[in-house]
Ligand binder design. Structure first.
Ligand SMILES: Cc1cc2nc3c(=O)[nH]c(=O)nc-3n(C[C@H](O)[C@H](O)[C@H](O)COP(=O)(O)O)c2cc1C
Length: 319
């Protein structure tokens, strides 16, 4: 007889999955649970056609949710097996996780599961303490363990990224599709999805900033400003190829990196605006000197962000 996951465990697994990061907190995933098999699907109704026309950001988010599911299953005493894109004819089925009640779970993944509830995007200034060398290595290895690369930027590279951010902003300035879409998801008080004003953090007193200003309303654009760190700790997460399954891998690796950082009291925010334009994205990847495809520009900082973004009820993600 097929093993049936207990209801309480299904709930814990899905709660962890939906705590994952997603662009504009769209939560673009759907789950089907049968026995001890959990399928992760894309939810096409949560697309961002202007800012993510190919769905790459959605697949990254679904990858992050998959990683949370997997480590939470391990923390509940299961062992897990997972496969990406199991059926070519079902492109929205991104991952299948088989949860086995063997009692032999992975300790490292169980440890990371405890960080799921504390990970949040942090758009506040860092206290400017440099990241310890050992932690940089640990984060690099976390990405590598899931098949991605984390390339640390030098001070010169960070300046180059700032230039690319300026170029991205100029490209966006007259693009009302992108601006309207962002206004739909960002600002105000939001309990279930999107980015509430409270999660925007302060404005940076310099431009281009080391934190992305997601504000779209005039009130949010006038929020108080502050000085951000001079020497931001920035790394680019990349994969060797850029097929849909590689983008899911990028999300899995992203969440492993973020949970590893969270466990060390380090949070992250993202400067992805250049990655939303293919030409600028290629130039970001070129900074690493390696072939591949950039998926996330991650700024790490020392601080513990407050919980500010909400999630929809679990029932909305099932079936
Ligand atoms: C693919 C992807 C792209 C994102 N891009 C940005 C970005 O460019 N700037 C930013 O500040 N946050 C970015 N985010 C973070 C989301 O806004 C954040 O995960 C979401 O609002 C949920 O909030 P939380 O991370 O605090 O749970 C991105 C997240 C994902 C998964």
């Amino acid at each position: 007889m097929t093993y049936q996951l207990p209801e309480a465990h299904i709930r814990a697994l899905l709660e962890a999955a939906i705590a994952a990061p997603s662009m504009h907190n769209t939560q673009p995933w759907r789950f089907e649970v049968e026995g001890h098999v959990i399928d992760v699907y894309l939810d096409g109704s949560r697309m961002l056609p202007a800012e993510d026309p190919t769905g790459r950001a959605m697949r990254i988010a679904a990858g992050a949710a998959t990683f949370n599911l997997r480590c939470t299953a391990e923390s509940l005493g299961y062992s897990t097996w997972f496969g990406l894109a199991p059926y070519a004819e079902e492109p929205d089925l991104l991952a299948r996780i088989v949860v086995e009640p063997t009692g032999t779970s992975n300790e490292e993944l169980s440890r990371l599961a405890r960080q799921v509830q504390y990970r949040h995007t942090d758009r506040h200034p860092s206290d400017a303490t440099p990241l310890a060398h050992g932690l940089r290595v640990g984060l690099t290895l976390a990405a590598h363990a899931e098949g991605a690369q984390l390339n640390w930027l030098t001070g010169e590279d960070v300046e180059a990224v700032r230039d690319l951010i300026r170029e991205a902003d100029l490209l966006e300035i007259h693009d009302w599709h992108r601006r309207t879409e962002r206004a739909h998801w960002v600002g105000g008080t939001r309990a279930a999805d999107g980015i509430p004003s409270a999660a925007l953090g302060p404005r940076s007193s310099t431009y281009p900033a080391v934190v992305r200003d997601m504000a779209s309303s005039p009130t949010d654009r006038m929020r108080p400003e502050t000085v951000f760190e001079d020497h931001a700790e920035i790394a680019v997460l990349s994969t060797e190829h850029d097929d849909p399954a590689d983008q899911v891998v990028a999300g899995i690796a992203l969440e492993r990196v973020l949970l590893t950082a969270t466990g060390e009291g380090v949070s992250a925010s993202f400067l992805n605006q250049p990655l939303e334009f293919e030409d600028l994205r290629r130039r970001v990847q070129r900074l690493s000197g390696l072939p591949g495809f950039a998926h996330m520009i991650i700024r790490f900082s020392h601080s513990r962000p407050p919980t500010t973004t909400g999630r929809r009820p679990i029932g909305e993600f099932l079936g």
